[in-house]
Design a protein around this ligand. Sequence first.
Ligand SMILES: Nc1ncnc2c1ncn2[C@@H]1O[C@H](COP(=O)(O)OP(=O)(O)OP(=O)(O)O)[C@@H](O)[C@H]1O
Ligand SMILES: Nc1ncnc2c1ncn2[C@@H]1O[C@H](COP(=O)(O)OP(=O)(O)OP(=O)(O)O)[C@@H](O)[C@H]1O
Ligand SMILES: [Mg+2]
Ligand SMILES: [Mg+2]
Lengths: 161, 161, 165, 165
Amino acid sequence: ATDLFNQAFSQIRDNFKKVFQGLFREGDTCDLQLTEPSNPLDSKIDINAKPKGKRPLTINQLSGGEKTLTAISLLFAIYLLKPAPFCIFDEVDAPLDDANIDKFNQIIRQFSAESQFILVTHNKRTMAATNVMYGVTMENTGVSKVLPVDLMALNLADEQN
Amino acid sequence: ATDLFNQAFSQIRDNFKKVFQGLFREGDTCDLQLTEPSNPLDSKIDINAKPKGKRPLTINQLSGGEKTLTAISLLFAIYLLKPAPFCIFDEVDAPLDDANIDKFNQIIRQFSAESQFILVTHNKRTMAATNVMYGVTMENTGVSKVLPVDLMALNLADEQN
Amino acid sequence: MQLKSLEIYGFKSFADKTKFFFDKGITGVVGPNGCGKSNIVDAIRWALGEQKTKNLRSEKMENIIFNGTEKRKRANFAEVSLTFENTKNILPTDYHTVTISRKFYRSGDGEYYLNGVACRLKDIQNLFLDTGIGSDSYAIIELKMVDEILNDKENSRRNLFEEAA
Amino acid sequence: MQLKSLEIYGFKSFADKTKFFFDKGITGVVGPNGCGKSNIVDAIRWALGEQKTKNLRSEKMENIIFNGTEKRKRANFAEVSLTFENTKNILPTDYHTVTISRKFYRSGDGEYYLNGVACRLKDIQNLFLDTGIGSDSYAIIELKMVDEILNDKENSRRNLFEEAA
Ligand SMILES: Nc1ncnc2c1ncn2[C@@H]1O[C@H](COP(=O)(O)OP(=O)(O)OP(=O)(O)O)[C@@H](O)[C@H]1O
Ligand SMILES: Nc1ncnc2c1ncn2[C@@H]1O[C@H](COP(=O)(O)OP(=O)(O)OP(=O)(O)O)[C@@H](O)[C@H]1O
Ligand SMILES: [Mg+2]
Ligand SMILES: [Mg+2]
């Protein structure tokens, strides 16, 4: 069991470094460490993330968006070890700036060859990155209603506003 | 002290109902209640929010955006009792949809006659509602740099993307 | 394994029977605040066997049943069905198409079905045991979970690793 | 009372002395993730007398001093100044223009100035006592605070009411 965990851990760690560099930029580094390497089955897991040029003492010193991107990198690192058949993200792009939303959606596009992705979002850039959309409405009724959304129609409506 | 608190409480409660209806819609109701009215100085404060047609058992049943809007209504209700000279909102618009962002910015515009507002945001609609903007950058240096941003220039850059 | 469709009936704000179809690739779910998008995510979690009501943003299981509006009386049960194509034989079953169905009555009774045949909750949970989409999945992510990973709340990082290992 | 300007020097990512001017109305602060926007909000809080390091997203006060990068050594102190026009005489002072300044050295020493004259932290905190922008102000809001209001964490709703009452 210890070997199994250590092997998975070391693979996730490699994945984490790769994904992190893809979501962040050249020169940004990160690491994953067991706080007690001699006790792998109980040890806590430490996340170190260091964007280029910065020297944060802990990930808590990073900004809201940087922290979100770091957590997403870890989730993808775990996903790469054992890809789930589908992944659902509920408004996870909310703290991200435009450039990071594009990177996030690009990495999803890559993985979408392997798995289905469902993205709940309010963000136009994320919407533009989807293949198909479902629009949910409620009006005053308190009852949800769903319709497929035509991306083209959405763009036209948007430009009128 | 009790009278002072009760008076403030009842005023905040009236403000809350007004602001909530402005941020939500006609027919949406809310209330503020002391869990122990006989013990006003120690009692917990209950928030009830009921969008039209819905019957949430607690505010926890509301959606992420509805909860944010409810909390904002309460903060403005308190603000109206004693307007602070300036208010700072740090990415509070992140969970809101476009229509709610517009309402949020409209109410800020109203109050901006009385107080200054500083809005940290990633959202284009919120940016369009500001009078002036400061752009903060960091490049790879780990050192923040600030420049005033020309809203006109921002719009042009945006349409090119 | 590919998700083909989702049917929601009486679950939270989905008072009307509502069906979604899924294709390969990336599906967006959009709409105004409070329209029911996160309720769809809860429905998928619940159908996969989620038992922790706080992961369904509810205090008790009864709260996931449509609780009525001023114009419409509350439902007596909630029912969610998920249909998969068992491509790559990821699910430990001979069926090519797998439909799991979960129903919960206000009385507290629960029913579970696998391709129309009554089964136990355990059978559904076991089906997804090694796929990454079981309970506490690292594949269903919201900002609350991002926070838990960053704070390492209740050893949440550990749990994720063990889920995948 | 109107905020006129803010000067940040050595505070968190603001290694270079940086000055902002404020006018009436609505000012936006924009920029990519991690560029320093929330650090500006922390600087304002700190200048107004914030003592709880967790409200400054730091474990200890020393962490608010610019801690250096690969190309630039760390600063020895952090200094933030806020200038107000005392319109409507909201601040209990005869000055028309009020500048508060706070400086903190890595050694742990702190200095406070009111219009250039050394004073105590208490003097600065008292200045803002009844204005709504003292510590735990309901006027400086982020999503974390929205959550605390919704969960009523540590009686946070009560605290807000008492701040304004
Ligand atoms: N059992 C129930 N019966 C009826 N309505 C319910 C029930 N449970 C929750 N709701 C309603 O569903 C709505 C919340 O839906 P949901 O959380 O899916 O919104 P959302 O689309 O994710 O919004 P946001 O963009 O703000 O996150 C709430 O307004 C709530 O009152
Ligand atoms: N003492 C310090 N010295 C140097 N840099 C620091 C210090 N404290 C924090 N930082 C850096 O400041 C950056 C965070 O800035 P801030 O939180 O203001 O970002 P932000 O613009 O609000 O981003 P977001 O849009 O993601 O919220 C982090 O990358 C962090 O490493
Ligand atoms: Mg939601
Ligand atoms: Mg920030």
